[in-house]
Design a protein around this ligand. Structure first.
Ligand SMILES: Nc1ncnc2c1ncn2[C@@H]1O[C@H](COP(=O)(O)OP(=O)(O)O)[C@@H](O)[C@H]1O
Ligand SMILES: Nc1nc2c(ncn2[C@H]2C[C@H](O)[C@@H](COP(=O)(O)O)O2)c(=O)[nH]1
Length: 224
């Protein structure tokens, strides 16, 4: 595998959104297309890193485990970005960009990372962005309300997420909004297509279908 920035890469789409916004469901909608290599978030790697459930440790003690967890997220996301495929399109759940701009940013706001730890994560992120093949061609933002995703997350009932609060989701929502909707913080790596992901499952696939042309035809026209 070559991670060099100069190596070829497929038309790369990242789907971003709050916890419980429907990213996995969105990927399932696109699984039927042979041209698309669908890469779900490597959450099972985070739940079992040589036998350590880093996701569980994180939510048990954020202060102690934020740096460890984020270090591994950055590695696993780099693997996803540089994973080779013979398919012309790659669709990824989240990215190194949301890891840094949303989650690390939230950790910094909450004082969960020492300045030294934050500096190391930033150096790693900046090197990867500069020298690795992590370009993105389209961002799909599943825009939701915090109350909606909180209810979905509770219904999904993931063991590690029992301590995740509505306040945390509200803060993550605002960071996503500032990054991808208002575009007032951090750079945006590609054009952003905003979907109303509050819509119920019974009609959400019609909303997902709106971006099939941009993804399948690899076009960048985003009608705001
Ligand atoms: N549009 C929707 N309406 C209602 N429930 C949804 C919708 N999209 C996803 N869900 C449910 O909400 C939970 C989170 O969805 P998921 O796709 O796993 O989101 P994410 O990957 O963003 O965390 C799952 O239980 C899923 O079945
Ligand atoms: N601290 C971080 N947590 C992250 C990151 N990426 C995902 N996650 C967490 C959030 C959820 O509990 C879980 C899976 O996310 P979903 O949105 O798919 O439910 O993993 C990260 O970079 N840092």
């Amino acid at each position: 595998m070559s991670i060099s920035k100069n190596s070829q890469r497929p038309f790369t789409v990242i789907v971003e959104g709050n916890i419980g916004s429907g990213k996995t469901t969105f990927l399932q909608h696109f699984n039927k297309f042979d041209d698309i290599c669908v890469l779900a978030e490597p959450i099972e790697l985070w739940r079992n890193c040589n036998g350590h459930n880093l996701l569980g440790l994180l939510y048990e003690d954020r202060k102690k485990w934020s740096f460890t967890f984020q270090s591994y997220v950055q590695l696993t996301m780099l693997e996803q970005h540089t994973k080779l495929t013979d398919r012309p399109i790659k669709l990824m759940e989240r990215s190194i960009y949301s890891a840094r701009y949303c989650f690390v940013e939230k950790m910094k706001q909450d004082g969960l990372l020492s300045h030294a730890s934050a500096a190391v994560l930033d150096k790693h992120f900046e090197w990867v962005k500069e020298y690795a093949n992590v370009g993105v061609d389209l961002i799909v933002y599943l825009r939701t309300s915090p109350h909606v995703v909180y209810e979905r997350m509770m219904l999904r009932n993931r063991a590690e997420e029992k301590s995740v609060s509505l306040e945390y989701l509200q803060a993550l929502h605002q960071i996503h909004e500032d990054w991808l909707y208002h575009k007032t913080i951090f750079s945006v790596a590609a054009p952003v297509l905003v979907l109303n992901a509050n819509l119920d499952k019974s009609v959400i696939h019609e909303e997902y279908m709106k971006c099939e042309p941009q993804i399948l035809n690899r076009t960048l026209t985003v009608h705001t």
